[in-house]
Design a protein around this ligand. Sequence first.
Ligand code: AMP
Ligand code: GLY
Length: 416
Amino acid sequence: MKVLVIGGGAREHALCRSFSLDPDVTALHCAPGNAGIAEVAELHQVDALDGAAVAALAGELAADLVVVGPEAPLVVGVADAVRAAGIPCFGPSKEAAQLEGSKAFAKDVMAAAGVPTARSYVCTTPEEIDTALDAFGAPYVVKDDGLAAGKGVVVTGDLEEARAHALSCDRVVIEEYLDGPEVSLFAITDGTTVLPLTPAQDFKRALDGDEGPNTGGMGAYSPLPWADPKLVDEVMATVLQPTVDELRRRGTPFSGLLYAGLAITSRGVRVIEFNARFGDPETQVVLARLKTPLARVLLHAANGTLDSEPPLNWRDDAAVTVVVAAHNYPGAPRTGDPIEGLDEVAAEDAPHAYVLHAGTRRDGDAIVSAGGRVLSVTATGKDLAEARERAYAAVARIRLDGSQHRTDIALKAAGE
Ligand code: AMP
Ligand code: GLY
């Protein structure tokens, strides 16, 4: 099978790494990719937001499967363009991707499907904003309706900060604060059959101890030793299957990766958000634990034949990933700084720990930073403590001027 992956983050590097180890994959292409993906896939330059260009590239490469990684191409309909060209594509249609593209749309689907989520108001005027903030009280949860790369959400006890963020959005969702640990659960679906992956936990705040601003994610781990073993079954029954059924009922079936961001509250599981693609950095730890070769499963999802797939197999190993971010992330990150120590990780820490590139590019002989989240170091071990130790040992070898990372990824869950 010839596979083309669209995107160029650590999530796409994790996907490409899995495909490069997959006996069903005979050729692997990625566009636009990054300096790390270039080591396992042939890179192509394409505007990932241009559906016609992506479909044309897939046609030239005679791709048997296109996997669209990030949300931005999905919400503009790149998967539709690929499918219209007769090429199987893993990723939802433009309409179904609204589940991530519009928080108001997601709330509407959840209400119709009876999926538990935070109570919310959708506001467009200052009066509506004040009424909603007043109705819920502090802590305030204020979400830009549209895509904002994980940075459109403000959770704050400060009424003025909440109001200022709300007023800066064209349309804003203001909702009830959900208390309790967060879990990310992914499911592969063809629009009818739903195949859950294994839960992971992401660390969204920039700084240790969950301080600082929200980011796209600073680290993740799996499994979750503290979680109820029935969690996956419960989320399948109350969240994933009803959401997939509701979108099919509306005539806009969701085929691709359905990402449920959940809060485990004292009153039960609640959806914080849906995404329409693999999460980053959770994918790095989920795929590190997946035993079943992935390409065939994604092809079945793309072709509407997922019911022929048996449940997925998982390793007993634990996995931890730590994101190394550029100076000043998540503000305006500094780019162009040389990254050193990558060869040392490959020589000293493989195969238990490895680097997945995100914002990197080759500059002559050097590899330099090219984005906010620069790379993520992923490690496996017999338990979270060992995986953590290996991940941080590898992080310590990486030298990037001004870089930052959290030191407490999986710390509590490892029982340390
Ligand atoms: P989202 O983009 O919706 O995932 O929001 C980003 C982060 O904001 C989440 O991972 C949570 O940490 C936090 N958050 C979002 N909604 C809520 C909520 N209703 N209650 C508490 N925290 C929230
Ligand atoms: N890790 C959060 C996300 O992928 O949106």
